[in-house]
Write a protein that binds this ligand. Sequence first.
Ligand SMILES: C[S@@+](CC[C@H](N)C(=O)[O-])C[C@H]1O[C@@H](n2cnc3c(N)ncnc32)[C@H](O)[C@@H]1O
Length: 230
Amino acid sequence: MRIDIFTLFPEWFGWLSEQRHVANVLSGGSSIECVNFRDHTPLTGGQVDDTPFGGGAGMVLRVDVMDAALRGRYGVDPVELRRRRRVIALAPTGRLLDDGLVDELAGEPELTLLCGRYEGFDERILEHFASDVVSIGRYVLSGGELAAMVLCDAVLRKLPGALGDERSAHEESFSAALEGNPEYPHYTRPAEYRGWKVPDVLLSGHHERIEQWRRERSRERGAGEASGGH
Ligand SMILES: C[S@@+](CC[C@H](N)C(=O)[O-])C[C@H]1O[C@@H](n2cnc3c(N)ncnc32)[C@H](O)[C@@H]1O
């Protein structure tokens, strides 16, 4: 998978690329490349933003700057580009990222991520250049970089070779293997600590009963989640 990230802070992504599961995927032929859209601005002084029409606080990322940056990278009109590859703008107002969307994105050969800053994007960027607008939660971050990293982490760990044991990604919270439910609880040694005992069934060595116990706990958590609890 080839991921391009449009950001004003490309240096942030050095850290992400060094993390074990990301590095595993990158060494297998995938790539994460950053484009600083300030480098493509047609405006003087590296300007990328401007004051909002209608007044108000903050600065808005300009549509002509993003147009120039996307054209500079791909050599096509960004309106056409989004028909060829997923161009994902990170924004708090977007579709909430969940395991289903992560699975969908993990099947793409190429992704382009647009990281906002300040008051966010001129709406025409979202309307005309983005194929998707994605939010990582109903709260506001200072910029799209952390949101892009969350998306990259979740997507890349689904790719072959990312994790030491492929089974780790198969049976995880919200996966189809667990019928979309949260994962069951895990325990390790010691079997008893401060009087807190590990459930007997997990020490029984009885694989079918363990499997059944795990499914039941997972479903219970799913039901609890639906009613607002853990
Ligand atoms: C300070 S935020 C802009 C918030 C915007 N004025 C609003 O109220 O919706 C700046 C940038 O951070 C990113 N961002 C902030 N929160 C996010 C979230 N929950 N999910 C995805 N991106 C987010 C977006 O790229 C956004 O353009």
